[in-house]
Structure formats: structure tokens, C-alpha cells
Ligand binder design. Structure first.
Ligand code: GYE
Length: 397
């Protein structure tokens, strides 16, 4: 709607005088797409009214980004097209709920929510659809990191700011998205492994052989890449840790169970199962128990199940002694994305990348805190929360 006004404005300018409104002048100074810097001429911003021939119409690109709205524009709603990965996990459900709650009509938004059922081709189609509908913002929770250049270029050429949420994109030009907000997945993996190391030491098992299984997330998703990398680095750093197998459970309970069932048939010496999310852990626990083995906290006797997300159901399993350590991944991104949009609407700068702070939970109090060394060699200390019913009740997801 707003974009049409911009098109009109441009058309009028063009008819009147090319010099009066060339380049970046006039309607826009939207930081979101300012980086467009004029190369959107190639992209043909037809959506803005077929006037791209009029030469370097980055004004169209810029303005389309929403700055013309300047606080809600003509009293209209802000339209947000959200391409969601799917509904594969409890985390995802909480994430979708957060987005829907935030981008409600009552809050002044029209949300076009698209569930891609874990398929990138569906996400690409959804984004093209959003471009066609001339939404004010595109929000993308990408299934995997690669394969986004073409469609994000299309959004960019149409002048629509793209906000990436949760997993990251791996693209050739950083300008193709405006901002990203999500978790530091590698840090999550490092925290989990630091906990395992400290726990083994604290229980006098630091020197024992640990055979580990990694039930990975969707291959190529940032959450998988980071968590797997964190584990691989820790295995590398411990002579007595062995990674027996790494297989994808696709972040689902069903696949987590299936993978665990088959790995239990191949290995009778598994000490630790490192599940890359809660739902995989639920499936793995079922498989372990059905195979007549125990999940628990005693190294050498039980199979220790580790997990990520710290959803309510995941923490309940920690309380019940089934998951030993659960590293938080916070899904409540709705308000964070809204904050970015509000800043863009106000013409303010936004951070290109924003990491969310997260906790770590355990079923024992043997390890009160963990230390993780970052890539620059700095040590950071994180307290470990022992799960109680009160802790679970006090959480929003
Ligand atoms: O951990 C998992 C979900 O990308 C952080 O995706 C997200 C992950 C989350 O399916 O449960």
C-alpha cells in the first residue's frame, strides 16, 4: 500500500523532471536498504510501478523498505510476510506463537504467516509471494544456511527489507538482508560440552572413556552446524572422548527415536547421547528405554542424554532425571524482530547481527558454573541452573 504511494511519487517526479528526484533524494533515506546504493537498477523494481527504467530508482528500493511509513504511515497496518521453517519441534511452536502474538492486528500489523514444512523451495516461493504482495517487511527463518542469494536479491531489488531470524543465511552479499537476530549456536554447543567435562570431573570420572553419539539437527541449519562444531571441538580436545556416530534426527522426535534405535543396535557401549534439540531427546529416551537401558546421571552405568532448547517439556525431562543437561535456545523472537522493525520505521540504525543471551540447565548441582573460552581466548563464566518445578513454572515456553 505504502509502496504504491512511492510509485506514484516517483512517476510524478519522472514526469516532471528527472533531476528533481534522481538517486537517493526525496522520499527515502531508509537505512535498511541504503546499502542498495543504486545497483537495484538491474533488479527492475516493477512492483513499484514499472518505472525502473527511469534510472537508478533506488529511491523506490529505499522507500519500499518502510521508511515512508514513518510510524505507521497513513494510519495503515505494517505488513509482514514471515516465512517459517515448519512445525518440527516444541521450540518452533513457541517461536511461531511469539511471532503471531507480536505481529497481531491489535499491535498494528498484518502478518502473512507461511509454514514451509521444512522445505527451502517452499520458503523461496513464499518470499516471491511476499514480494508480489508488496509487503513492508519480509522475515525469514531459513531452514538451511545456503541457497538464498537469488531470492534475497529479488527482495532487495524490490526494496523490501529482509530480517533473518533464528538460523543464519550464508550469502555472497551481506547487503541482501537488513538484520539478523538469533542464537550463538556454536557457543551453545561449547557450553554443553564444558558442562559435560566439568560434570565428569566433579563426579570423579574425568579420566574415563566417554563414547558419544551425536543426533544432529537438520543438516546445513545453523543450529546443527554450530552445535555439532561445539561437540567436535570438545571431542578433539579430549583424548578420552570418542564420537561413535553423528547422524541427523532432523530436529524431530520421530526421527530422533528412529536414529537412536538403529544406533543402539550397532553400539552397546554408548555413554552419552548429545541430542541437538529437545524433541530428538524425547525420541532418543523412548528408544533407550525400549531397548531395556537406562537414561540417568551415572557415567558408566546409565546413558546420559544431553539436549538443547530448554522448552518446558525438555526441562520437565531434566527434572525427571531423563535429560542430564539442557542448554537453552530462546525462541521468543517476536518482540526482538518487532524492535528491529520499529527502529527501521523510525529511520534508526539497526545492528546487523544480534545474539540472544541464554542459560544452561542441569538435573544435578554438581557443576555450579562452567567456563567457556571464546575465539579470542577470553574466558566467560556461565552459571548453571539446577532445574526445579519452580524454575519450570517461571518460564514462558
Ligand atoms: O533448536 C530446534 C528447531 O533453529 C534454533 O530448530 C532452531 C532449532 C531448534 O527445530 O528445536
Amino acid at each position: 500500500m505504502k509502496r504504491k504511494m512511492v510509485a506514484l511519487f516517483l512517476a510524478t517526479c519522472i514526469a516532471a523532471s528527472m533531476t528533481a528526484c534522481g538517486g537517493n533524494s526525496g522520499a527515502s533515506s531508509n537505512d535498511a536498504n541504503d546499502t542498495a546504493g543504486g545497483d537495484d537498477a538491474a533488479g527492475g523494481d516493477d512492483a513499484a510501478g514499472g518505472d525502473d527504467a527511469a534510472g537508478g530508482d533506488d529511491a523506490a528500493g529505499d522507500a519500499a523498505g518502510g521508511d515512508d511509513a514513518a510510524g505507521g504511515g497513513e494510519g495503515g497496518m505494517i505488513t509482514v510476510g514471515f516465512s517459517q521453517v515448519g512445525a518440527e519441534s516444541d521450540w518452533r511452536t513457541a517461536n511461531s506463537a511469539s511471532m503471531k502474538e507480536t505481529f497481531s492486528e491489535a499491535n498494528g500489523y498484518e502478518l502473512i504467516f507461511d509454514d514451509a514444512q521444512q522445505k527451502q523451495e517452499n520458503q523461496i516461493a513464499a518470499i516471491r509471494n511476499f514480494i508480489q504482495q508488496e509487503v513492508d517487511y519480509i522475515v525469514l527463518a531459513p531452514v538451511t544456511e545456503t541457497g538464498w542469494d537469488t531470492v534475497l536479491q529479488e527482495a532487495y531489488d524490490a526494496g523490501i527489507p529482509v530480517i533473518i531470524v533464528d538460523r543464519m543465511v550464508d550469502i555472497s552479499k551481506e547487503d541482501l538482508y537488513t538484520a539478523w537476530v538469533g542464537s550463538n549456536f556454536q557457543l551453545e554447543g561449547e557450553k554443553a560440552c564444558a558442562w559435560l567435562d566439568a560434570y565428569a570431573q566433579a563426579t570423579g570420572k574425568g579420566e574415563e572413556q566417554l563414547n558419544i553419539i551425536d543426533i544432529q539437527g537438520t543438516i546445513g541449519a545453523s543450529a546443527q552446524i554450530g552445535r555439532t562444531a561445539g561437540l567436535e571441538a570438545a571431542v578433539e580436545a579430549h583424548d578420552n572422548w570418542t564420537l561413535l556416530e553423528a547422524q541427523s534426527g532432523e530436529f524431530t522426535q520421530a526421527k530422533g527415536q528412529e536414529v537412536m534405535e538403529s544406533l543402539l543396535k550397532q553400539h552397546d557401549d554408548i555413554d552419552v547421547v548429545y541430542c541437538e534439540n529437545d524433541n530428538e531427546a524425547f525420541g532418543a529416551i523412548d528408544a533407550i528405554e525400549q531397548a531395556g537401558k537406562t537414561v540417568g546421571k551415572e557415567i558408566g552405568k546409565d546413558i546420559l542424554v544431553m539436549s538443547f532448547d530448554s522448552t518446558n517439556a525438555g526441562l520437565k525431562d531434566v527434572l525427571d532425571g531423563k535429560i542430564i543437561c539442557n542448554t537453552e535456545c530462546n525462541p521468543l523472537h517476536g518482540p526482538r524482530v518487532e524492535e528491529i522493525i520499529k527502529k527501521l520505521e523510525a529511520g534508526e540504525e539497526v545492528e546487523k547481527q544480534q545474539f540472544v543471551e541464554e542459560e544452561i540447565f542441569a538435573g544435578t548441582d554438581d557443576v555450579p558454573s562452567i567456563k567457556v573460552t571464546d575465539s579470542e581466548g577470553n574466558d566467560a563464566e556461565y552459571p548453571v541452573t539446577t532445574v526445579t518445578q519452580e524454575v519450570i513454572d517461571g518460564r514462558a515456553y
